[in-house]
Design a protein around this ligand. Structure first.
Ligand code: NAP
Length: 334
């Protein structure tokens, strides 16, 4: 039976029903590290293709979407869906296909020899192929208010949350491409976008800078930092400080977007696969890393899109690449 949406005969399923996961098993065809949209989607595709698949979910099964509220832009949900619910459904779907999911954190890997090893604090797992789907976390300002108002006005994704802030004043923090792109995008909804940047010069590309600087809805606060976020049930005010004059002022706002970069979760892969200067996985070809049989999917390599749907798509692509890799390896051995 051909996979309906991939069109790839390589992802044929075995029609023997869902597999019963064996929790004591340590040897797998495929090990997926990470359980966000990319990891679960890779799990669905790999298991459905008949591979013994393990997902090591890490400390936050479900990834970043577990910390969001309503997701309005994931296709298939006319009225939106809560982030945690979407991730629970993806997890169950992957399990139904036969994926073994272990809620434990990978603390080390050894990609020098096959089968590749992935270690948790208590177990050593072996896989013929690995998909790295550990994601990236938004860099935080380190303010208490970020935690208090997470999902209540503080956001790390304008594409995801912008429409919730129609006709409100908001703040965007940062001076890179993300901050400028998000500030410009948010002018579609907000009355005024206050761009707070710690220097007097933007890091963003010239063309994006020019677009933002000429946008009358964006007000720039140079050499400034947000030092406090206040509100009752949700964000209502932010205190910003001029770092040169030390002058402080309060802005009435409905939302605050932090766009100061991301930190990819790749610490355990240092010295094992190629990472770029910022720690993102470098892809050699499609979802292949520089190590044969080790693949990456989602925010761990993607700096640009960072959406649940694109992460899920990358998970699908990695699974198809894994299938091809394992099939070709088997053919070589015959
Ligand atoms: P980025 O380029 O690293 O910029 C981060 C910004 O946040 C910088 O302006 C930095 O200030 C500021 N910042 C960092 N830590 C801070 C802190 N603790 N407090 C306050 N401000 C802080 O990150 P990015 O904008 O997310 O972009 C990441 C990569 O994706 C880049 O390569 C970018 O070109 C790419 N990207 C491209 C597009 C596009 O082409 N459409 C869109 C988005 C992203 P300083 O400038 O003072 O260091």
């Amino acid at each position: 039976m051909m996979s309906a949406d991939s069109g790839a005969a390589v992802l044929e399923t075995k029609d023997d029903g869902p597999k019963i996961p064996d929790k004591k098993k340590t040897k797998f065809d495929v090990i997926i590290i990470g359980a966000g949209p990319s990891g679960y989607t890779a799990g669905i595709y790999c298991s459905r293709a008949g591979y013994d698949t393990l997902i090591l979910s890490g400390v936050l099964p479900g990834g970043q979407l577990v910390n969001t509220t309503e997701v309005e832009n994931y296709p298939g949900f006319e009225n939106g869906i809560m982030g945690p619910d979407l991730m629970i459904d993806m997890r169950k779907q992957s399990q139904r296909m036969g994926t073994t999911i272990v809620d434990d954190e990978a603390v080390n890997v050894d990609f020098r020899h096959k089968p590749y090893k992935v270690l948790t604090a208590s177990e050593e797992y072996e896989g013929q192929a690995i998909i790295i789907a550990t994601g990236a976390n938004p860099r935080k300002l380190g303010l208490e208010g970020e935690e208090t108002f997470g999902g209540k006005g503080v956001s790390y994704c304008a594409t995801c949350d912008g429409p919730f802030f129609r006709n409100q004043d908001i703040i965007v923090v940062g001076g890179g491409d993300s901050a400028i792109e998000e500030a410009t995008f948010l002018t579609k909804f907000a009355t005024t976008v206050h761009l707070v940047h710690r220097r007097a010069e933007l890091r963003a590309s010239k063309v994006m800078q020019e677009r933002a600087l000429s946008n009358e809805k964006i007000k720039f606060h140079w050499d400034s930092a947000v030092i406090d976020i206040k509100g009752d049930q949700k964000v209502q005010q932010a205190i910003i400080k001029n770092l040169k004059t030390n002058e402080e002022k309060s802005l009435d706002i409905g939302g605050l977007f932090v766009a100061i970069g991301h930190i990819p979760n790749t610490k355990i892969f240092e010295n094992q696969i190629d990472l770029d200067d910022e720690g993102y996985v470098v892809l050699k070809n499609r979802t292949h890393t520089n190590v044969e049989g080790v693949f990456a999917a989602g925010d761990v390599h993607d700096k640009n899109y960072k959406q649940a749907i694109t992460a899920a798509a990358f998970g699908c692509m990695a699974a198809i690449d894994v299938d091809k890799y394992i099939s070709e390896s088997a053919n070589k051995q015959e």
